[in-house]
Design a binder for this molecule. Sequence first.
Ligand code: 5RP
Length: 222
Amino acid sequence: MNLKQLVGIEAASYITDGMIVGLGTGSTAYYFIEELGRRVRDEHLQITGVPTSFASKQQAIDCQIPVATIDEVPYVDVVVDGADEVSAEFHGIKGGGAALLFEKIVASNSKQVIWIVDESKLVEHLGNFPLPIEVIPYGEEQLFSYFESQEYHPTFRLDQDGEKLVTDCKHHIIDLHLEEIRAPHALADELDHLVGVVEHGLFLDMAHTIIVGAADGVKTIH
Ligand code: 5RP
C-alpha cells in the first residue's frame, strides 16, 4: 500500500453515520473517496459527500456516495483534502490540481478540516511549490504584469495541449514561483485585494488535523 492510500484509508475512519463530508481533490483525496465509497457499500455508512471538483463528484457518484453541492447543505462536518505543502505552522499551499476555489469554499464552511499528505509535503516555510492564483480571464494580462513587477515570477498554467488551463469555474491559473514565502498572511492580504483574482492557494489557519504518511507509519498532528 502506498503512503497516499494509507492516509486516505486512515482519514475515512474518522467519518461516522450522518456526517456531511467534504470530498477533496487530487491523487491523495482519491484514496479517501475510494475508501469512503467502500464503507458506504459494505458497511452501509450513511453520509452526504460535498465534492470540491467535477472529478471528485464523478468519482463519488461512481463509488455510490450520495452527493450534494455546498449550497444544498447547511454546513460541512468535516472536509478531507490533500495539500501541496504544509508548513510547521499548519499553513498550506493548495491548488496543484487546480481545484483551489471549490476547495477553499468547502473548507471555509467546514467544522473540521483534515489534510492528508505524505511526509514529502511537510516543509519549514511555504513557497517552494508554485503558488496558484485563480484569475478571471478578463484583465489577466494586467495581473500577470503586476506579478512580474513584484518579482513573483508568474507563469500561466497550461493544459496538455499547451493552452491556458481552464478551471471548473472557467477561470485561468497563474502560478507564482516564489521559492520561499516568509510572510504568508501579508501575501494573502495582498492577493485578496487584487481585482480579478478569484482566489489563491494560500490556506492559512484552516487545517485542524494533518494525517501524514511516512515510511514508519501514519502520524496524526493536531
Ligand atoms: C487540488 C489540490 C490537491 O489537494 C493538492 O494538489 C494535492 O494533490 P495530490 O494529493 O495529488 O498531491 O489542492 O487543487
